[in-house]
Design a protein around this ligand. Structure first.
Ligand code: EPU
Length: 353
């Protein structure tokens, strides 16, 4: 474990923003984590996985701790399920690939989401109708102050759409060190006729139909998702990006009706808990309607294939990115009266868009 001083973290955030951390360290086990917490107790701390959802606007006046806890193991099994404990530093998508190959279902729709298991839990990731919060059976954390390790149940963590307590009140209280994921030993063949009911992901099912016909496996499904994501989302080798920059907003029925008049084929998302009075609508569509797709200004732009993704040429500063985000927000507010809220963690907080 080597502490680096005044260290550029350009290679440790996927926006490739060139800011400096007063201290930077990579840790690979709990003992190292405890030592860092003790030795740097008076410093501001940020814990990173692969830096896929964090935008640094200024140098970090504290320590950046990159968590590299690797490894996974099957910890339990019954007739229908398999329980896998995955350490926080494991790459999420590699884990999905592993599960899909073994025919364990429940997370195949979340393949190719960048980042680590710890990031996936903290950020409450989801895609194509699946949410990580629905497959967690427990979350193992370390208490930053007391240095104690314990397990939390998902219902204790306030998981919702792109939110968990780990992002909120517990940001400086607990560090996710591992989670146990519950996977299904489900049927190996799924019927496309049944899946077609879910109109929102029509493009995925059309692709499946073309590629494999009426019956598909989770391996086929994961491949279809990979093709979708490759088509629509920025390649992090080529661009600086954190994927979706904003969350999809929730609006009331009156606003929804008003938007539906202006935007054909708005396609709201189903909302589980909020009933019929509220509608979650695709922010990408609003931004696209405003003609922002493909907009580019110096080092930063809006991805040409998806208006919810801010992209850079990997030379942009955090301020340039935040400025563009602010302009996008203002435009949506002015034209549609809808407030966009960032999904990406902008640091420091007062620079938030
Ligand atoms: N759309 C447009 N133009 C655009 C972008 C989108 O018209 O430029 C339309 C699409 O045609 C579609 C709708 O907007 O009808 C929604 O687009 P998409 O299916 O791409 O989903 P999204 O709501 O933009 C969310 C997640 C993604 C996740 C996808 C797939 C958020 C903030 N983002 O995107 O997650 O991959 O659904 O399930 O919820 C991420 O969080 O970084 C991320 C990529």
């Amino acid at each position: 474990m080597k502490i680096k001083k005044n260290f550029s973290i350009k290679d440790f955030n996927t926006f490739s923003v060139d800011v400096k951390a007063k201290y930077f360290v990579e840790i690979s086990d709990i003992d190292e984590l405890k030592k860092i917490l003790k030795d740097f107790s008076n410093e501001k701390k940020i814990f990173l996985g692969e830096g896929t959802n964090t935008l640094f606007v200024k140098d970090w006046d504290g320590i950046v701790v990159k968590i590299n806890f690797l490894g996974k193991e099957i910890v339990n099994e019954n007739e229908n399920n398999i329980f896998v404990k995955v350490n926080a530093g494991e790459n999420w998508s590699d884990f999905v690939d592993w599960a899909v190959e073994k025919n364990y279902a429940g997370i195949e729709g979340m393949v190719m989401i960048p980042g680590t298991l710890g990031g996936a839990v903290t950020q409450s990731i989801g895609a194509y109708g699946q949410e990580v919060k629905d497959v967690l059976s427990s979350i193992e954390v370390l208490d930053i102050e007391k240095h104690k390790i314990f397990k939390l149940k998902p219902e204790e963590c306030d998981f919702s759409y792109r939110y968990s307590n780990f992002k909120g009140d517990w940001k400086n209280k607990y560090i996710v060190i591992a989670s146990t994921v519950r996977l299904d030993k489900g049927p190996s063949l799924y019927s496309l006729a049944y899946s077609k009911k879910y109109g929102r992901y029509k493009s995925v099912y059309e692709d499946l139909e073309k590629m494999v016909g009426d019956k598909y496996t989770i391996q086929d499904f994961a491949q279809a998702i990979k093709r979708q994501r490759e088509k629509k989302l920025p390649d992090l080798e080529e661009f600086g990006s954190c994927g979706s920059f904003f969350k999809n907003p929730v609006v009331d029925f009156k606003k929804y009706e008003e938007l539906e008049q202006k935007i054909p084929d708005l396609q709201p998302y189903p909302l589980d808990n909020l009933g019929e009075k509220w509608f979650k609508i695709p922010a990408g569509k609003l931004l696209d309607e405003l003609g922002l797709k493909g907009y580019w200004n110096d080092n930063v732009g809006v991805f040409e294939k998806h208006a919810l993704c801010i992209v850079t040429n990997k030379n942009a500063s955090g301020t340039e990115i935040v400025d563009l985000a602010n302009r996008m927000k203002k435009s949506v507010e002015k034209n549609y009266g809808v407030e966009l809220v960032e999904e990406v963690d902008v640091l420091p907080k007062h620079f938030s868009t």
